[in-house]
Design a protein around this ligand. Structure first.
Ligand SMILES: C[S@@+](CC[C@H](N)C(=O)[O-])C[C@H]1O[C@@H](n2cnc3c(N)ncnc32)[C@H](O)[C@@H]1O
Length: 318
């Protein structure tokens, strides 16, 4: 997929005054910090240059991950979402993704770092009516309460920055601030998934309904050395290539997500968990079903099911 044109322009406009060499340096610095200092409750993105570098190198991927996770969720739930809180909003990628799929009329972005907040706010001036009216508030989830309830709360790539004791308290705040849907998106790594597995157990114990990606609300059947994650593909800009290196025209982002609602909906019957293996006349799929994690092979003889299986991708229902 491609970023919406208005977001692409907003990112480009913000980089106009920055020196490219400095942006390359900051982009490398950000990668290094996330590799070594995540999950400790540390402040990782504090300067305006880092915020600009983040918007170029990470916003496309986080936009794409939230867009994909929300699209899967909206295939299952049928509810009218008009108001949104984006917590740990950074430069606003998750909000741009939600705005692309929902008809929002009231958005609040809560973010701890002033540099991220100011850049995100400026970029949204060039977006839709709802984006340009978004309220941006400085907010620390480890200290502050979320004042207003919103139909939907999204937290994207934020929980993994908190330490273990802060994380469950934060999930509680996110859940209590949501009226209809809480969507959490995290990096598609074993650590990212382990945070969501704990969040899943906690939110089920609070009466939440896990609607996606799971095919059921029972105990997650994935073994301890396995993790549930999906991939989305986003086009790269010239500047993205310059800052991150390489000349591939697109980037694949691995993400994991959890969508929890206050109302009950029917889960999918089964969801594809790995890239389908396609061989002559047959397709092998790993599926999450209510009973188990199952590996099945569908052959041409299966008729319609085979036709369907040829079109599915990792993350789709079947
Ligand atoms: C990796 S960025 C993700 C930004 C955005 N949600 C996205 O998906 O692109 C994580 C963001 O969470 C913010 N953050 C980290 N700890 C926070 C806290 N305790 N309270 C509020 N925001 C926090 C960081 O400042 C940063 O902007």
């Amino acid at each position: 997929m491609e970023l919406p044109l208005k977001l692409k322009l907003a990112v480009e406009n913000q980089t106009a005054l920055s020196k490219h060499d400095k942006l390359v340096q900051d982009a490398q610095g950000i990668s290094e910090k996330y590799r070594t200092s995540s999950g400790q409750g540390k402040r990782l993105l504090t300067t305006s240059n880092e915020a600009v570098a983040y918007s170029v190198v990470r916003m496309p991927a986080t936009f794409c991950a939230v867009y994909s996770a929300l699209r899967y969720t909206l295939n299952i739930i049928d509810c009218d979402i008009k108001t949104l809180a984006d917590v740990g909003a950074g430069t606003g990628a998750a909000t741009w993704a939600c705005d692309s799929l929902l008809d929002l009329n009231n958005i609040v972005c809560l973010e701890r770092e002033p540099a991220m907040l100011h850049l995100g706010q400026m970029m949204m001036c060039g977006g839709s009516e709802a984006l340009s009216k978004t309220k941006w508030l400085q907010y620390d989830i480890t200290k502050d309460d979320i004042k207003d309830k919103m139909d939907m709360v999204v937290a994207s790539y934020m929980l993994n920055e908190l330490n273990d004791t802060e994380r469950i308290k934060a999930i509680d705040k996110l859940w209590n601030a949501s009226d209809k849907l809480l969507l959490i998106v995290e990096p598609g790594t074993p650590v990212g998934f382990s945070h969501l597995k704990k969040a899943r157990e906690y939110l089920l114990s609070k009466g939440g309904h896990v609607v996606a990606p799971c095919s059921h609300e029972g105990v997650c059947k994935l073994l301890d050395d396995d993790w549930c994650h999906f991939t989305c593909r986003i086009q790269r800009s010239k500047l993205h290539k310059k800052l991150k290196g390489g000349d591939a025209p697109y980037e694949d982002e691995k993400f994991t997500y959890l969508a929890v609602t206050h109302e009950k909906y029917d889960n999918v019957q089964s969801r594809v968990l790995r890239h389908p293996i396609v061989e002559k006349g047959r397709i092998s799929l790993v599926l999450c079903t209510e009973e188990n994690i199952e590996k099945i092979t569908i052959s041409k003889k299966d008729g319609d099911l085979y036709k369907k299986a040829r079109k599915v991708q990792c993350g789709d229902e079947i």
